[in-house]
Design a protein around this ligand. Structure first.
Ligand SMILES: *Cc1c(COP(=O)(O)O)cnc(C)c1O
Length: 342
């Protein structure tokens, strides 16, 4: 069936971003592929990144691990949410480790697979997931593959960054593990002190810019294209769309395109977003609807029903326009896109 909405993902940009992050960190570089690869499609992301040299992948849940299917033998997968009371059988996914977060999870793992390697998350001040450092005693007897912690404020110059770094160094000195890992995308950009043995970027692989240091280095991976459903002329004085928030000051040429907030093209783009056709800018007029958006196409009189327009979705700018984070913009992209990898 024909889909009037396309997400075009650039393999080279994804691989280049991974390589740049790996070089910047100077250590082994993993990839967070949770939330279906931040909305791009985890299977395709993994296959591109394995080809680029990535060997370590992270998802949130066992369900996501199962959806991903078998990884190439040289790659490994870890489940960030660890092993909960309903996951006892899931722990059997071959080649897949839990990231244990609580004393209960540790006890559960010791019961089902004490001899198998696992990862552990230590909380160093975020107070989200992970064992508190003083609970580290429960880890005795485990085979810890990677000891992790996670930064709460790496996208800012925040006092907590240095504090978490000191806490993690102390935990790393006390808890034996094969590898230590602290940094997400933004953490990599904080500098080599934060790199340890392994870094775990997500957002920046997919084109996100969490800190200024990434500008000019991280490339856009995702491009959104939608088909024009109708072309119309709005007479001067008439409005367009819900709430009649756009009123034409003069006769205005409008293209109605097949994308809306149900696709993750949020209402925040109303009156401020834009699209491109044949290098011309087509500003969004009025409110974004669920499945449609109105674009001023005065600059392209030839634009017609069935033509494909490209949405301006440069993540930093789109986040500012829409009031969403770059994370929400990517993971919010809906299920109606036909995904193309080039
Ligand atoms: C999601 C996640 C990452 C990746 O973070 P980004 O900010 O997207 O780079 C790394 N580590 C953990 C524990 C995560 O949950």
């Amino acid at each position: 069936m024909h889909q009037p909405l396309r997400m075009i993902c650039n393999k080279d940009a994804l691989a280049t971003n991974w390589k740049w992050l790996a070089a910047r960190a100077g250590v082994r570089c993993a990839a967070a592929v949770k939330a279906d690869g931040y909305g791009l499609g985890a299977r395709e992301v993994v296959s591109v990144l394995v080809a680029a040299g990535c060997r370590d992948f992270f998802v949130s849940t066992w369900w996501e691990a199962e959806q991903l299917g078998l990884l190439p033998v040289e790659a490994s997968l870890a489940v960030l949410h660890g092993i909960g009371p309903d996951d006892l059988r899931s722990g059997d996914v071959p080649g897949c480790r839990p990231v244990l977060n609580t004393p209960d999870q540790v006890a559960r793992w010791k019961q089902i697979a004490p001899e198998r390697p696992c990862d552990v998350m230590i909380d160093t001040g975020m107070n989200r997931l992970g064992l508190r450092p003083e609970e580290g005693g429960v880890l005795a007897g485990l085979r810890i593959h990677t000891l992790h912690s996670h930064l709460a404020c790496a996208d800012e110059d925040h006092l907590l960054n240095g504090k978490q770094l000191r806490q993690f160094r102390a935990a790393a000195a006390a808890i034996p593990a094969e590898r230590y890992s602290l940094a997400n995308s933004a953490g990599i950009l904080l500098g080599p002190d934060y790199a340890f043995d392994l870094v775990r970027p997500g957002l920046s692989l997919y084109g996100g810019i969490p800190r200024l240091e990434a500008r000019g280095h991280i490339e856009a991976v995702v491009q959104l294209e939608a088909q024009v459903v109708q072309r119309r002329t709005i007479p001067a004085g008439e409005s367009c769309g819900y709430g009649a928030t756009f009123v034409a000051a003069q006769e205005t040429q409008v293209a109605i395109a097949n994308i809306g907030y149900a696709d993750g093209y949020w209402r925040g783009f109303s009156s401020v977003g834009s699209a491109r056709f044949d290098d011309a800018a087509l500003p969004v007029l009025g409110r974004v609807s669920m499945d449609l958006v109105a674009l001023d196409c005065g600059a392209r009189p030839g634009l017609k029903e069935g033509d494909w327009i490209s949405l301006d979705f440069e993540l930093e700018r789109a986040a500012e326009q829409s009031g969403k984070s770059q994370y929400e913009l990517l993971t919010g992209l809906g299920h109606r896109f036909e995904r193309h990898w080039h």
